[in-house]
Design a protein around this ligand. Sequence first.
Ligand code: ADP
Ligand code: MG
Length: 452
Amino acid sequence: MATFNTIPNLPKALSDTLHAQQFTTMTMVQERSIPLILQGKDLLVQSKTGSGKTLAFALPSLMMTNLEKNTPQTLIITPTRELAEQIAVQIQTLAAALPNFKTVTLYGGVPLRNQANSLDKGAHLLIGTPGRLLDHLSKGTLNLGSIERIVLDEADRMLEMGFYDDILKIVSQAKNTKQRLLFSATFPDKIKTLAQTLLHEPEVISVTPEHHEGQIEAYVITTNNKPKTLQQVINLYKPNSLLIFCNTKADTIALAQRLQQDGHAVTTIHGDLEQEARQEAIIKFSNGSSPVLVATDVASRGIDIDNVELVVNYDLPFDKEVYTHRIGRTGRAGSSGRAVSLYTSGSTKTAYILDETKKLELDNTQSSRNFTIGSHFKTIALNGGKKQKLRKGDILGTFCKEMGLEAEQIGTITLMANRTYIAIDKRVLKNVLKMLKSVRIKKRKYIAWVVD
Ligand code: ADP
Ligand code: MG
């Protein structure tokens, strides 16, 4: 495995940031893609979820950006707003040491006008979803004339969502593009067609994972009583984090309610939630204040939720590729994971699961006490973030020194543009909220509330 330092002309600012994140060796897809991207080649890259594709395109894109020009030079197109946000965070982290590097995200659910204003101020890199990019193009608030490089991330997903024509329209408006990079977890025929249309003599990189099989232990259980079986699975593995997939929004909501009643600390994510609520669900899940997440497939793609110990398919998807993506949420970047699927006997659409997956037999005779997945933490929000120049250190400093909290009582701090989320020990929660009515952070008072 090659280290990042083998990349020719890697600026010190970037290598320091990688080092600070404890990224030393490149993943296979990074090792193979980065040098070719730096040579200006078009690429068609297939590599499984969790293999580090974001950095594979983000790092060379940053390296090739001319910071002297205040124009967008890279356009990243992604299927969903969650993924756009996730990529933006990764890129901002990576670019933290590059002076004045600016990214603008363009997706639906937030006002066009704000995004147009951000674009007016200038940016180096754009991340957007097809629909919103087209909105901006048709309104004349976005000009792709300066774009030199286009990245299609999760291209397979975009095609599944019916964005084929939209992608072509967007790309056709970026007339000065010199390089096109297409990233995908799978290689269905539709992707090959898109690649033939868009890419110029592409290098094809396909990374077949060597130890993929061992990384995720996948099991199937045949059951006609899913709620009971799910609790048995929880009793068996006692996971610290659990991601459960349902096929419909209604089932997601119903199951989350049921689990909540049983004492688990649960949150949900599905397509009907506003952008903010989706983001908050992901934050609560990632920071451990809601260690159980019940989701529809909105959450199964791209989103970088680390270290999910157990994925449960409460409902199996009808499409095997969707199944692969879902269980890819566990066992990411080298860690091992576990996935359990509940199969309803007789279901023909999901019978594919029976062929390759190991059957898990539950011991029904044992009446062990039900294990509940709880949390010591609750998440609070502050009405200020990066734009107000808040930093983690400021918050930790105020909470420990002025409010008298112990470091262990403060969990993950997540800074967004205009908001900060902080996991706080439940036992001091009330007190913290009370103190924040008068305590200032960096000379400013913030409004705080519990995110439920
Ligand atoms: P993909 O897009 O292929 O699904 P991501 O780019 O989201 O994968 O990366 C998955 C995880 O691996 C992320 O948490 C990321 O920070 C981490 N990661 C990426 N590259 C490296 C690396 N070289 N070393 C360690 N971790 C990495
Ligand atoms: Mg990805």
